[in-house]
Design a protein around this ligand. Structure first.
Ligand code: ADP
Length: 402
């Protein structure tokens, strides 16, 4: 029996490796999710978990401490498990999430030794993420030299942003060497924009604000299907307070901490990336669901601050675009928390937003009140699906050119 072509998507982080496999229907462009899962706890006690398309758990595995540190071993296990599970399919290509494509890489690219060198040069722009994203690409390239791989960048969707949105008021020489705003969560914004415009083609030329609210959070202004501004900037620290990241703070705070508290690079990195945000303010948790259910005043303050800052960033993007015609919530908090959506909506009432309490409580996809002058949607994101689509497109173009 001829096997069907399947596409693997890998999203490798510092302590986790998420994977999904997709199959393309021969009769349409639609993709079917075959399975997904992750290896978590890499470097500590690594744990494998995989689920089928129906979210049913298919397999679990726990490694000993030594194997938990070896990314090669963990990746081999995942590949072997996928190959023996998907007996009717053959993995023909792997798509990777890569956080940074710099200024030059504004679209997904087929992996080559040249591209890997270029992506290595971007490590200083995302030192905590880029090396982890590149590690499995290199492992696979070495073990399976004929396997096609495609790198999809979180920054790429924002490459359309105008100079005004990208530029910091720093000396030009720094801007020239790449100290500017890049923006992240691009694969999520691209996917959600596609979903929205498929549903509402009349919004294609309108001003849309998408709120990606998850562990990492940002907002993005989209017009004509393209990103024109976003709250994250040079790094994924900027903009909204997140689970453990500070979001925007006065850069003077960093100078103060260096001068008065003698904090060095590692201490500052730990403070801003790991000890701040919802965790820092609440002193309790980085998890929005936990904070909403907690009864402590500190937890309530962290939630208040989050809603305040989301509304403020949405309004900033509205100013950046000269108004907005649709608001979308996505990602873990955006898709699942009626409370956060309601509170952000209340703060945006002066911009014409009114959320319908009943639809919002049920996580409906259209939650605008009949009196709202702005449509408001809840649309699930799917970055893995976006990567799979890009992978298929890049390979299609390559074959077309062959
Ligand atoms: P990541 O950025 O890691 O992909 P997610 O998009 O999965 O994260 O978002 C995780 C966040 O979503 C967590 O803060 C979690 O508490 C929050 N979340 C998930 N479900 C709910 C819910 N029902 N109510 C409030 N917050 C939720």
């Amino acid at each position: 029996m001829t096997k069907q072509a399947a596409f693997l998507v890998l999203n490798a982080g510092s302590s986790s490796l998420k994977f999904s496999a997709f199959r393309q229907h021969s009769s349409s462009d639609e993709l079917e999710t075959l399975l997904s899962g992750q290896v978590s706890g890499i470097g500590g006690t690594a744990r494998f978990e995989a689920r089928g398309a129906d979210r049913r758990r298919l397999a679990e595995h726990v490694w000993d401490e030594q194997d938990s540190r070896c990314r090669d071993t963990l990746l081999q296990y995942v590949l072997h498990w996928i190959r023996t599970t998907l007996v009717d399919d053959e993995i023909v290509a792997v798509g990777h999430r890569v956080v940074h494509g710099g200024r030059a890489l504004g679209k997904p690219m087929r992996v080559s030794p040249c591209l890997l060198d270029e992506l290595d040069r971007l490590i200083p722009l995302a030192p905590l993420h880029q090396p982890h994203n590149l590690a499995p690409i290199r492992i696979l390239a070495k073990r399976f030299p004929d396997l096609e791989q495609v790198a999809c960048f979180d920054t790429a969707f924002h490459s359309t942003q105008p100079w005004l949105a990208r530029t910091y008021a720093l000396p030009q020489a720094l801007t020239d060497e790449g100290v500017c705003s890049y923006g992240f969560h691009g694969l999520s914004y691209e996917y959600v924009t596609g979903q929205l415009l498929a549903r509402r083609p009349d919004l294609a030329d309108k001003h849309i604000v998408i709120c990606h609210l998850g562990n990492g959070s940002s907002v993005c202004a989209v017009k004509g299907g393209q990103s024109i501004d976003t709250s994250m900037g040079f790094s994924a620290l900027d903009g909204l307070p997140m689970g453990t990241r500070s979001g925007s703070i006065d850069p003077g705070v960093i100078l103060y901490l260096m001068r008065e508290k003698q904090m060095g690079l590692e201490a500052l990195e730990d403070l801003l990336y790991k000890q701040s945000g919802l965790l820092g303010v609440s002193g309790l948790s980085n998890d929005m669901k936990v904070l909403q259910e907690a009864e402590s005043p500190q937890a309530a303050r962290a939630v208040d601050l989050f809603c305040f800052r989301v509304a403020k960033e949405v309004a900033a993007l509205a100013a950046s675009m000269g108004g907005f015609d649709a608001l979308v919530f996505t990602a873990g908090i955006g898709e699942n928390s009626p409370q956060i959506r309601a509170r952000v909506g209340e703060r945006l009432a002066w911009l014409g937003v009114k959320i319908d309490a009943g639809a919002n409580a049920g996580n409906a996809d259209d939650i605008a009140h009949a009196d709202s002058s702005v449509p408001v949607f809840v649309l699930p994101t799917n970055e893995e699906m976006m990567i799979a689509k890009h992978t298929i497109k890049v390979l299609g173009q390559m074959m077309g050119n062959a």
